[in-house]
Design a binder for this molecule. Structure first.
Ligand code: SF4
Length: 436
C-alpha cells in the first residue's frame, strides 16, 4: 500500500515540477513513507531519518509521511528533530503544496495528520515516466475491522472505497501504456464497496469489479491483496472458475491456527472456516498457490495453540508465508494483555514455521519443473548478464535469459530447475496474444 501511495505522490510531485533522483545524496528533499504495523518498522524509519540528517553536508528537507507520522504526530519532532514535514496517510496529496511552502520559508515546519476523505487524484496517479508491466491499483483505504493487535484502523481510519468508474479508468489508462497485470490493493480488498454498493445476482461489489476488469482488453492478469477470510464468500470462490484473468494465487492471512487465539485477535473466523475456503478454492483450481501471514507469540499463545498453527500449516501446505513475531503496538486492545511470550519462544516458533515455509515452497516449486509456464517479463534480474525476471500466474518468480525488448511481454518459459523462492527456465515461445 505504501509503495503504491509513494508512486502516486511521485506523480503529483513531478506534475508540480519536482524531479525524482535515484541517489538520496543528491536529493534536496527526502520523504520517508512509513509503516506502523510493527515496532521494528518504526525504529528503522526513525533511524533512517536521523541518519540522513547526520550525514547531510548541506541542509536537506526531511519529511516523514504515512502511518508512523499519523501515530506519533508532534512527538516525532522529539525523536527526529530535523524533520520539517509530518504528514499522515490521509493527507499525502497535500505534500507537494507543503513542500513549496517549506522551501519558501526555511524556518517553518508543517504537521498535518487530519483524517480526510480519500483524494481521487492521488489514488489514480501513476508515474507516467515509468513503464509498468505489472501495476498496483489501490481500490480502497482504511479498515473497519478491529483486530486486537493492529494499529491500522487508528492510523488509516475507516474504510473508504474508490468509485468503480475511477478504478476502471485507471486500469484502462495503464493498459493503454502497456500494463498487462494489475494487483488490486486494499486493507481488506474483498470488503470493497460493502454497505455502499449493491450486491447484484448475489455478487459482492468486489466480484462485480473483478468482472469489469476481466473485460478490459490488454489486461491479462488480475491479482488482489489482501483479502480477509471472513469475507471470502462463494461468489469470490466461484469467480476462480469463471474469470480467466483471475490468477491462481491467493494470499489469505491465517494469523493463527488456534481458534482461541483467533478469537483473542478478534479475527471473526475459525480454523475450520479457513480450511473450507482453501478446500473450495482447490476444488475450482487444484494447483492454486496459497500463501499466508502468521503471527507467532500473540499474548497467551500456548505450545498447544502453536501446534495447531503448525497442524494447519501441514494440512494446507502454504507455498509461501510471511511469519511475524508478535509486536505489541501502543493503543491496540492487545496492548492491555502485555507482551507475554518471551523473545526466545517467539524466535523458536518463528524458526519452526520458516522451515515449514521452505519445505512446502520447495515442494510446490518442484511441481512446476518440466512445465511450460506463461511468464510476464518484468525487468532485468539482479544477477544481470542477460538474465531477466518475471512471474508465473501463480506469482512465482522466474529467472531466464531474455532481452530488453521483451520487458512487458508474455513469454512461454520451460521451467528447468527451482530453489525455495525462485524458478529458473528458458524461453520456448513468445506468446502470440501478447498484443491483445
Ligand atoms: S483486517 Fe485486521 S489486521 Fe488487517 S488492517 Fe484491518 S484491523 Fe488490521
Amino acid at each position: 500500500m505504501n509503495e503504491r501511495t509513494s508512486e502516486g505522490l511521485v506523480a503529483l510531485l513531478q506534475d508540480r515540477g519536482y524531479v525524482v533522483v535515484d541517489d538520496e545524496h543528491c536529493a534536496e528533499v527526502i520523504l520517508l513513507n512509513t509503516c506502523s504495523v510493527r515496532a521494528q518498522a518504526e525504529a528503522k524509519a526513525i533511524g533512517k531519518a536521523n541518519l540522513v540528517c547526520q550525514r547531510q553536508s548541506q541542509r536537506k528537507l526531511i519529511g516523514v509521511l504515512g502511518c508512523m507520522a499519523q501515530r506519533l504526530g508532534k512527538a516525532l519532532y522529539q525523536k527526529s528533530p530535523s524533520t520539517r514535514l509530518i504528514v499522515g496517510p490521509n493527507c499525502i496529496e497535500k505534500v507537494p503544496a507543503y513542500l513549496d511552502q517549506l522551501i519558501a520559508h526555511p524556518r517553518e515546519r508543517i504537521l498535518d495528520i487530519q483524517m480526510r476523505p480519500m483524494d481521487r487524484k492521488l489514488a489514480a496517479a501513476h508515474d507516467e515516466n515509468k513503464f509498468q508491466p505489472s501495476a498496483f491499483v489501490s481500490i480502497m483505504q482504511g479498515c473497519n475491522m478491529r483486530c486486537t493487535y493492529c494499529v491500522v484502523p487508528e492510523t488509516r481510519g475507516p474504510e473508504q472505497y474508490r468509485p468503480i468508474k475511477d478504478i476502471l479508468q485507471e486500469i484502462q489508462r495503464l493498459s493503454a501504456h502497456g500494463t498487462k497485470e494489475v494487483t488490486l490493493l486494499g486493507q481488506i480488498v474483498n470488503h470493497y464497496g460493502i454497505g455502499q454498493m449493491p450486491f447484484r445476482d448475489e455478487k459482492s461489489p468486489f466480484v462485480q469489479l473483478l468482472e469489469e476488469i476481466q473485460g478490459i482488453a490488454g489486461i491479462h492478469r488480475i491479482h488482489f491483496m489482501s483479502p480477509h477470510p471472513a469475507e471470502f464468500r462463494k461468489d469470490l470462490i466461484d469467480a476462480y472458475s469463471r474469470l480467466s484473468k483471475l490468477c491462481p494465487h491467493v494470499h489469505l492471512p491465517l494469523q493463527s491456527g488456534s481458534d482461541s487465539i483467533l478469537k483473542a485477535m478478534k479475527r471473526s473466523y475459525n480454523s475450520a472456516q479457513f480450511l473450507s475456503i482453501v478446500q473450495a478454492l482447490r476444488q475450482r483450481v487444484p494447483t492454486i498457490s496459497i500463501s499466508t501471514d502468521i503471527i507467532v507469540g500473540f499474548p497467551g499463545e500456548t505450545e498447544e495453540d502453536f501446534q495447531m498453527t503448525c497442524a494447519m500449516f501441514d494440512d494446507i501446505k502454504f507455498d509461501m508465508a510471511f511469519v511475524f513475531k508478535y509486536s505489541m503496538r501502543p493503543g491496540t486492545v492487545a496492548e492491555q494483555l502485555g507482551d507475554q511470550i518471551s523473545q526466545e519462544i517467539k524466535d523458536e516458533r518463528n524458526q519452526i514455521l520458516l522451515e515449514k515455509v521452505k519445505q512446502y515452497s520447495q515442494a510446490y516449486n518442484e511441481t512446476m519443473v518440466g512445465q511450460v509456464k506463461e511468464i510476464l517479463v518484468e525487468h532485468c534480474a539482479k544477477r544481470g548478464q542477460g538474465q531477466f525476471e518475471g512471474r508465473t500466474p501463480e506469482h512465482k518468480k522466474v529467472i531466464f535469459a531474455a532481452e530488453e525488448a521483451l520487458i512487458g511481454q508474455l513469454v512461454q518459459v520451460k521451467i528447468e530447475r527451482c530453489a525455495t523462492s525462485t524458478l529458473f527456465g528458458k524461453i520456448v515461445e513468445i506468446s502470440s496474444h501478447r498484443q491483445a
